[in-house]
Design a protein around this ligand. Structure first.
Ligand SMILES: C[S@@+](CC[C@H](N)C(=O)[O-])C[C@H]1O[C@@H](n2cnc3c(N)ncnc32)[C@H](O)[C@@H]1O
Length: 417
């Protein structure tokens, strides 16, 4: 416990600057949350859930960046957990809003609270890589075995307290692409109907309509790569930024344990999983805003005598992440994350396919019944054998549809899950 808190101490030092960056450019990270909310909206739609009562835990919520956007997107049962008080948002501003903030002494303590919540969704945004244990001999170094162990423990806590049809979503930076490429799968949920409204403060109508057309997350990535970034997200700009710039050019650094093969292997052997990487460039009104955001968010501003000049930070940002000009002086800064989705069962992914199958069988049954009736009524078309076949086929299809119909009726009447 004591060892993990080194990281919290580091956040105490960074908090003021981190919050300043987010206040200065509150919509810069909009494409991160757009991705998460499009996936959640897809999950809600495919599983026919009620968005406003969906129980969501925002793990390591910091200043509440994701929490606040979840609220804007219409979610009203949000539980935000944070261990560093200096990082937390002011919960008094959210009285009666459907947002509840929990101050936790340390990460493993969450179980005492979430065991009563039984959340349908647990999300962690840009935080999991901070679950690290430092080396005893060399405190500046991360102990990879102990850090992996801590992350696995947190996953297990979340999974055993999750609703049976729930999801754990870890949205985070990841190790270099080649090492995890083989784990990439498609992400089954995607619905941009509501989430695209969140983009209105930041992007123009043409940009929004281009993004809104994305059919799934992978299609979204292609659109971003083609139209909105200097370098492909597959260059993994986020991890390179930390390793090549923040670690080397700030005194506070950014030691971390990003999503990697070992963690995905653990997840794969214990849970049902989906894994993807996605582009989420940060959006700024102009280059000046981008510069101030980077200087504050990544701790350059903490150093009295900076190792690197402000303009050099911008130069490196362009070389490593890519700064892309878009209309009206606005710029995009190349950023990317991974999304790991864990569930207890495969069934949540099959619901949409099942629904399509049911509709198809219903239409087929109607067609067979029409043929059957026409043959029975028409003297010319009457055919005893064919009528017998359509009778049997109708019974067979009814046999499939009846349990579906009963479950639909009981769900509607008794509001069962
Ligand atoms: C980069 S911030 C992200 C905050 C927020 N999710 C967001 O996207 O803006 C990481 C958060 O994780 C918390 N954190 C870091 N290490 C932690 C640990 N060992 N236990 C619990 N929380 C930790 C920090 O206090 C911080 O608020």
């Amino acid at each position: 416990m004591e060892k993990a808190n080194i990281e919290i101490e580091r956040f105490k030092k960074k908090a003021m600057y981190y919050k300043k960056a987010l206040n200065l450019c509150p919509d810069a990270r909009i494409l991160e949350v757009f991705n998460i909310i499009s996936v959640l909206d897809g999950y809600v739609k495919d599983n026919e859930l009620d968005k406003s009562s969906l129980c969501i835990v925002d793990l390591m919520s910091g200043d509440g960046y994701l929490t606040k956007y979840l609220h804007k997107a219409g979610f009203r049962n949000i539980h935000s957990f944070e261990a560093c008080n200096e990082m937390s948002f002011n919960s008094e501003n959210y009285n009666n809003s459907g947002i509840k903030l929990y101050s936790i002494p340390e990460i493993l303590e969450i179980e005492k609270i979430i065991c009563n919540l039984k959340p349908q969704i647990v999300i962690s945004l840009a935080s999991f890589h901070h679950l690290i244990i430092h080396d005893k001999q060399e405190p500046k170094k991360v102990n990879t075995i102990e850090s992996l162990n801590l992350q696995e423990k947190v996953i297990d806590i979340c999974m055993r307290n999750l609703d049976d049809n729930g999801l754990l979503l870890i949205t985070d930076i990841y190790d270099n692409v080649e090492s995890i490429e083989e784990y990439i799968t498609s992400i089954p949920f995607w619905n941009t109907f509501d989430s695209s409204k969140l983009l209105y403060n930041t992007l123009n109508e043409t940009e929004i309509s281009t993004i809104k057309k994305s059919k799934n997350q992978s299609n979204f990535n292609s659109i971003i790569d083609e139209k909105f970034t200097k370098y492909s997200f597959r260059r993994n700009p986020s991890i390179n930024w930390f390793r090549q710039i923040v670690d080397k050019q700030t005194s506070i650094g950014h030691s971390d344990f990003a999503i990697n093969r070992s963690l995905i292997e653990y997840i794969k052997s214990n849970y049902i999983y989906r894994f993807s990487t996605f582009a989420c460039p940060w959006v700024f009104d102009n280059k000046g805003h981008l510069k101030n955001f980077l200087l504050n968010k990544f701790g350059f501003s903490i150093d009295d005598n900076s190792i690197i000049s402000d303009n050099e930070v911008l130069k490196e940002a362009d070389a490593i992440n890519g700064i892309t000009d878009i209309q009206n002086n606005r710029v995009l800064f190349g950023w990317n994350l991974s999304m790991t989705i864990l569930s207890k069962t495969e069934t949540i992914y099959k619901k949409k396919t099942n629904k399509k199958r049911t509709v198809f069988i219903l239409l087929l049954l109607l067609l067979i019944l029409v043929i059957n009736i026409v043959m029975n009524l028409s003297f010319k078309l009457y055919n005893k054998e064919l009528i017998a076949i359509t009778n049997s086929l109708s019974l067979l299809l009814l046999g499939y549809l009846l349990p579906e119909a009963f479950s639909f009726i009981s769900k509607t009447i008794f509001n069962q899950k």
